[in-house]
Design a protein around this ligand. Sequence first.
Ligand code: XIL
Length: 457
Amino acid sequence: MTDDGGASPQGGTNDGPTLREVANRCCKRIDVGAAVLPRPLFDADYDDACGRGEAKIAGATIEPASGDAAAECPLPDPSASGPNTTRYARTLSSEFNSVVIEHHLKWAPLCHSEPGPLEDLRPSERVGRYDFHHCDRMVDWALERGMRVKGHVLCWHVTTPSFVDKMSPGEVREQLRRHIFTTVGHFRGRIHMWDVVNESLAPDGSLADSVFLRKLGPSYIEDCFRWAHEADPGATLIYNDNKVEGMGGANAVKSDGFYRLLKDLKDRGVPVHGAGLQGHFSAGGTGRGRCPTPSMVRNQIRRLGQLGLKVNLSELDVRISKLPPDSDLRRSAQVAIYRDLVAAALAEPAFDGIWLWGFTDRHTWVRHFYYEDEPLILDGNYRRKPCYYGLREALGTLGPGGTVGGELGPFLESDRDADGTSWGSLWMQPEPEPEAGPKIEADSAGDSRPDWEQGRE
Ligand code: XIL
């Protein structure tokens, strides 16, 4: 594959088709989605102010106890209207055929930390009280534009309301069950696929310590899937995790644990239908932050597919700031990852979706939770970056004449670049020494801290 980088302004006819248009011509249905935030979607002044550096970029905090997420990122006035009032909205609906709600459909924002009609209630008064109006607006906005919606996420220990910590095991079970039925039931007929459980695995592939594991035991995972299936038997139910995208390599232990967990669930008849590989990649990452190669990704998807699972890249973004700033490495690494890892994934029959965690560098969670970076496919002014074209080229491998895994598939050749050097050799950091094996720090075994706290690669 050639590297056809070169940014150019969004929208010029010589700029070629949108991702959504290319996806429409693929030989199979592929979700090409992006994570969406309400504020830039509905509030043009806010989005423009962010572009001028005069407003804090969107990206809610996750401290439910504080309840002041709104103060940091006040949500739009529900009266803001207009079909496509913001550039964010126009770009999202033209480039993507699907959306996933980045933050506001999680348990804490629904019940606790995002204001809405229930905002006058104290958190303790909101147990079991749900505030869907921000999510209803985003879901209906997407459906009106022929876009599919993925629900994210029913059970994630990181965004669980603080009142859960104080509950007995029996109360936790009842409230978690109630949360799943309430949320899946509210969107039944509008949301047909759900990330049911997120990030249950520790770096060593064991179940991570969490309020759910402590109070409910390992069965909480299958319980969540059975409850979600009962709430909507027609929904596709997905288990989602990070640093499990490649078979082998620096995260072999965790990605094997991911495979074992899913195999065990399938073997026991648990209604799990899909696997989400988050794909928060760092082009210059070291150790467990090291990026997988195309073959590693393809092999992981293949073995998950052999379990009968569909597989998607669920939160794709590519950090580059660990690479030297004054070189072309950042651009070429970002193009290679967006292009070659996605092309390798698309070559597998089980693969059915690519979900970016945002789409413009103007609104990326990375600046809140990591550091200054430009991880997405459009720059801060919504212009297509070189990696946009890399991603579009990957999608094109399933275009007219293409077949899954056919001759138009990725050029893997045991991960050789077009110039014959090993893939990523110009920018990837060295593998850990084989005898040392992937370094799993003692304290990370069972580590349930979110990925961005485990290693800021
Ligand atoms: C992040 C969102 O991007 C932030 O806006 C929010 O404040 C915290 O959560 N893995 C996940 C996502 O599964 O839900 C997280 O999203 C990023 C890491």
